[in-house]
Structure formats: structure tokens, C-alpha cells
Design a binder for this molecule. Structure first.
Ligand SMILES: *Cc1c(COP(=O)(O)O)cnc(C)c1O
Length: 372
């Protein structure tokens, strides 16, 4: 059986260094917000090209903390509207709701699955204060266009970069230098959930930003709104990146670029060699703007294809089977219609994709798909 994602195999090469790190943290006697978290924050900020990084308990909290910090700073207030893609993982939208803000959904482009910038302006009202862009499946959203709209309307821009560690683009606003996901907005949230391109052995997340004031506020708010122990300046939460997880991430971050390159190599083969008119392949311009967190195809009869693949020993998953606005949890939106989002959710299927997938496994997957 070819697993969709073999996490054990991904982490196996680190076994002995993980154990050394465990011993280092154990022997330090300091288990919360210690040197490993500090080191990771420095390294991840430098990796993303941002001034600041603040480790958080997970990616969802990283998003919530950005919004709550902007509220504490008076830059957002309860009831403000935030433009979000309709086509995303529900965490994006729940984070906006968690901060007492109002998500306003915008359809994606069918070609890229990312938010369609041309549809943003018609959703902007006097209450709109931010755009939350998602780099879905690891492909950077159209940040030049999004930032241009935001500047014209005086909006904050936030990235949900939970699937896009290391993706980078030529960003016109920065003299066409290469700029990484996380550094294309006012603030960005990352997740280090085990299955992400940079994954811990448990939960983890981070905010990156170039805004010193925001960074200080989030640093305080992730720790009960306290800078000096037992002095609480803000109504904060407890969401700190775990010291042990940070120590593991400090090891794994060194291989992130190489891992992303392996993912792109597999994606190139899938794109060049899968040849079946029943299958729609993802759009990719061959640049580093995609880190293939997921390789997502579309097909009309998804259940049939998924069962065929399972019979041949290939596991696939669906990201995601139900759009956020059709979820029970968001029943107030169940009558809304987002046809492109609904079509995507009805047709997508994610093929095995990870740095540890072997060339033989990729051969086999391609052969089986071409015989379908
Ligand atoms: C994984 C993910 C999150 C949430 O991250 P957690 O660490 O699981 O809280 C948010 N948004 C997107 C797009 C994700 O893929």
C-alpha cells in the first residue's frame, strides 16, 4: 500500500538527533519559552525574511492572535469585516469568527483554487478592514493584486501560510526580489502540524511580521497578556510554541528547502506523465511559488477513482470534501451559493505527495492513473 503520507518515514532520519534534542531540553530543566523557542523564532524569521517571528501553540491560534492583537492595538474592532476565500480549510474562517470579526467569502479561480482578486472589490464595504489570503495547497495567492486592492482601500493584509512554508515569488512591490510566503503581507500565520511541509511531532505554529508593535503585542497575548510574570496588561490567551517541538523544528528547518524541491520534482513528473482525459491536473508555472503541500487533481467521478486507486494499493485523501459554507458548524451560511467552491469540493482528490515518496512509487501511481 502506498500511503497518502508516511509521517513515520518522514521523521525516521531524525530519530537520533531528536533523541539528543530531547536530552538537551530535559537536562535544561526549562520547558516553556526557553532557548529552543528563541532559536527557532530567530531562524524562522530569518528563513521567511521577516523581522519578527512569534511561536504559538498551533496555526489556528497564530491566526487568532494576529486578529486579537490588531483589536488590542485599536486597528480592528469587533464586527469589522474580513475578506476570506470561500475555498479554504475551515480553520481560516473559524479564526476570523474566534476574534469576533465577520468573514466575507469570495470565490476562487478554478485554475489556481486561490481567491480571485477580481472578485474582491465588489465585496468591500465601509466595514471591510482586512483581507486574509490563503496559499492553498502550497501555491502563493495573487499577492501583488491583493496588496494593490488593500492599499487602495486602506485594508490590512494577512496571510494564512499554513500550507506554504518556503514558497516564494517575484514580488513587484519589492523591486522583483524573491520574497517568501509570510513576507507578502502585514502578518502571516504558519502551522507546524505534523503533516505540513515543516511539521513537528505534535502541534505548533508561528506568526511572522515586520511590524514591531504587532510582534510585541502577540508575544504578550500568547502568554496571558503578560510581559512581566504575573503582570497582565491585556486579555491574552495561552498559546505558546512548545520548547520540545521547537527543538525538533530547529533540526527539520535545515532540510525544508531540499524537501520542497523533492516535492516539486514529484509534481513535475505527475504533471508531465499523467495523461488521462478524465483527470484535470493542477496549474503550476514551474516557479518556486508552489511548494506542493498537496498535489490535487480533479475528476467528475471522484468516488469511483478513489476506490479504483485503493484497489491498486494507492491511498488518496480529499482536501476538502465539504466547503466551509456548507458545514453544519456554519449553518447560518448553508443557503449561500459559491458554485466554483462547491465544484472544487465535489471534484478534488489529493494524490500521495511527500519528500519520502520513491521514484518507483511515483512510476506506479502514474501507470495506474493512466490505465483508469
Ligand atoms: C493546517 C491549517 C491551519 C491550521 O493549523 P493548525 O496548526 O492545525 O491549527 C489553518 N489554515 C490552513 C489553510 C491549514 O492548512
Amino acid at each position: 500500500m502506498i500511503q497518502f503520507l508516511d509521517l513515520k518515514k518522514i521523521n525516521a532520519p531524525y530519530e537520533s538527533t531528536f533523541q539528543e534534542q530531547l536530552k538537551t531540553v530535559l537536562d535544561s530543566g526549562w520547558y516553556i519559552l526557553g532557548n529552543e523557542v528563541k532559536e527557532f523564532e530567530t531562524r524562522f524569521a530569518s528563513y521567511c525574511g521577516t523581522e519578527y517571528c512569534i511561536g504559538t501553540g498551533n496555526g489556528f491560534d497564530a491566526l487568532v492572535l494576529i486578529f486579537k492583537a490588531y483589536i488590542a492595538l485599536g486597528k480592528l474592532k469587533k464586527g469589522d469585516e474580513v475578506i476570506v476565500p470561500a475555498n479554504t480549510y475551515i480553520a481560516t474562517i473559524l479564526a476570523v469568527l474566534q476574534a469576533d470579526l465577520v468573514p466575507v467569502l469570495v470565490e476562487p479561480k478554478l485554475k489556481t483554487y486561490n481567491i480571485d482578486p477580481l472578485l474582491i472589490s465588489e465585496k468591500i464595504t465601509v466595514k471591510t478592514k482586512a483581507i486574509l489570503a490563503v496559499h492553498l495547497y502550497g501555491q502563493v495567492a495573487e499577492m501583488d493584486a491583493i496588496n494593490t486592492i488593500a492599499m487602495a482601500n486602506n485594508l490590512l493584509v494577512i496571510e494564512d501560510a499554513a500550507q506554504a512554508h518556503g514558497a516564494e515569488i517575484d514580488f513587484e512591490m519589492h523591486n522583483s526580489d524573491k520574497i517568501k510566503a509570510g513576507n507578502l503581507s502585514h502578518a502571516a500565520a504558519f502551522s507546524f502540524y505534523p503533516g505540513k511541509n515543516l511539521g513537528a511531532l505534535g502541534d505548533g505554529g508561528a506568526v511572522v511580521t515586520n511590524d514591531e508593535e504587532l510582534s510585541k503585542m502577540i508575544q504578550s497575548m500568547r502568554n496571558y497578556g503578560s510581559e512581566v510574570k504575573y503582570h497582565n496588561d491585556y486579555k491574552g490567551i495561552n498559546s505558546r510554541l512548545d520548547e520540545l517541538q521547537a527543538s525538533f523544528l530547529n533540526l527539520k528547518i535545515s532540510n525544508l528547502d531540499a524537501d520542497n524541491e523533492l516535492r516539486r520534482t514529484i509534481a513535475s513528473r505527475y504533471l508531465a506523465e499523467i495523461n488521462n482525459e478524465k483527470i484535470v491536473l493542477p496549474h503550476w508555472d514551474l516557479s518556486d511559488n508552489h511548494v506542493f503541500h498537496l498535489f490535487v487533481i480533479r475528476t467528475k467521478n471522484r468516488t469511483e477513482l478513489q476506490q479504483y486507486l485503493i484497489q491498486k494499493g494507492i491511498q488518496t485523501l480529499i482536501h476538502y470534501p465539504i466547503p466551509p459554507h456548507k458545514q453544519k458548524a456554519l449553518s447560518e451560511w448553508n443557503n449561500l451559493s459559491f458554485p466554483i467552491t462547491e465544484k472544487i469540493h465535489a471534484e478534488v482528490l489529493s494524490l500521495p505527495m511527500s519528500p519520502v515518496l520513491t521514484a518507483d512509487e511515483v512510476d506506479f501511481i502514474i501507470t495506474v492513473l493512466n490505465k483508469y
